[in-house]
Design a protein around this ligand. Structure first.
Ligand SMILES: [Zn+2]
Length: 421
């Protein structure tokens, strides 16, 4: 373990090296200590000592024996141990959800609980969310895992450092200390709790494991009741000065006849959010507009109608697709992304949106050939925000593995979380 009497710069260097070895195993896969030394430039004795410390923290374990092609002793490989987990949670308009990933990136559990969040209000929704998180933590513990960090996605403007939600118009929440409120409800040894905007987390999930994973210039646009965005530019999530960047749903390019959840007229969200589509494709008594029916069931019905060539459904989707293309063109002109990933209901009905959207995009983007931007439908479905949250929690372990030991040693909820870098 780290020597408490060692000079600060040596402690820092050791923690940095622990992270380097752990990330090498994540990025390059199981390998011998000798290969880790070659990958990282550290000497073999140092690597052996770092691996021993990571094993003590429960982050790595012995893997298979590696048989080289040439002469020499076969090496015992080291691999990432999946014992430590990250938990991602999400509050949305009509559900709360919790997803647990282990350090190897494997999904342990995903549970979505339908809830009428605006009606239930802050206190009861957070009670439900805390219960869902506690159940997932217990389930992980029963399988021999330990949750090291929790990240909660909220559809609104979040100040990440103190974990405070400023305003979430579509669920009607203002000034909620989400991290504090959850910590108070989750008794016992505390995993660090972080809070972030749900679309930011979804963008990070796409960047980590989506179809275009690793694409350094990626814009994520999601359609649900609200319309959210996450912008990754040169590999970094753009947050802005106070963390409120990416509120693309409120670009004033929508139909001025319709009021947005934020109270203003003519936001993009009022023209492409789920309510706008439902207004176009269905009458008020149509079951696809019934919020008590699971959204995926309603989307499946709209897909069925579109596939059968129902005129009203197709005209509605085309109108929304054109508005979608208009906003997307602004994003392409501003950020020149390699890919725009469509999430939420845009992905579910994507193939029907794309023709109108791409026509508008081609008309409006200034750069030739759309500046090399392609449009893609998210394969992560409605799990994206949770998945991104779990990845953010795990990323903290890969950034500072030694902190896992410190969190485990603490018997009270962790102090207020830091923001996601
Ligand atoms: Zn608005």
């Amino acid at each position: 373990m780290t020597d408490a009497s060692a000079p600060a710069d040596q402690v820092f260097l050791r923690r940095h090296n622990l992270a380097m070895v752990l990330r090498d195993l994540r990025d390059a896969g199981p390998r011998s200590r000798a290969r880790i030394a070659a990958d990282t430039g550290l000497n073999k004795a140092t690597v052996s000592s770092l691996v021993a410390e990571l094993a003590e923290l429960g982050l790595v374990r012995d893997g298979d024996v590696e048989r080289g092609g040439g002469v020499g002793r076969p090496g015992q490989t080291v691999e990432i141990d999946g014992r430590i987990c990250g938990l991602g949670a999400e509050v949305n308009v009509d559900y709360v959800a919790v997803l647990v990933l282990d350090l190897r990136g494997e999904e342990l559990s995903y549970v979505r609980t339908p809830l009428d969040v605006p009606r239930l209000g802050v206190e009861k929704t957070l009670d439900e969310l805390a219960a869902a998180i506690a159940a997932a933590v217990d389930d992980a513990a029963a399988k021999g895992h330990e949750v090291a960090g929790i990240t909660v996605g909220i559809p609104g403007m979040v100040e990440t450092a103190p974990g405070v939600l400023r305003h979430a118009p579509n669920i009607g929440w203002r000034e909620v200390r989400i991290a504090d409120e959850l910590a108070a409800r989750l008794a016992g040894p505390g995993a660090t709790i972080r809070v972030d905007n749900d679309a930011n987390l979804s963008a990070l999930a796409e960047y980590a494991v989506g179809t275009s994973a690793g694409t350094a210039d990626l814009v994520y646009v999601t359609g649900e009741t609200g319309v959210g965005g996450g912008i990754i530019s040169d590999g970094v999530l753009l947050r802005g000065t106070e963390g409120y960047g990416g509120e693309i749903g409120h670009m004033p390019i929508g139909d001025p006849a319709h009021r947005c959840g934020c109270g203003k007229l003519g936001c993009w969200e009022a023209s492409v959010g789920l309510a706008a589509l439902l207004r176009e494709v269905a009458d008020k008594d149509d079951p696809v507009t019934d919020p008590s029916v699971d959204l995926e069931v309603r989307l499946a019905e709209m897909r069925r109608r579109a596939a059968l060539g129902d005129g009203r459904t197709l005209r509605g989707i085309e109108a929304v697709g054109t508005s979608l293309g208009l906003g997307a063109a602004i994003l392409v002109n501003l950020f020149n992304p390699r890919v725009i990933v469509l999430g939420g209901y845009f992905a579910a009905l994507g193939e029907f949106f794309l023709p109108a959207m791409e026509t508008e995009l081609d008309k409006r983007v200034v750069a030739p050939a759309r500046g090399g931007c392609r449009i893609e439908l998210s394969a992560l479905g409605f799990t994206a925000a949770c998945r991104g949250g779990a990845h953010v929690a795990l990323e903290a372990v890969f950034t500072d593995p030694a902190a896992v030991g410190m969190a485990a040693a603490s018997s009270i909820p962790s102090p207020l979380p830091g923001g996601v870098a």
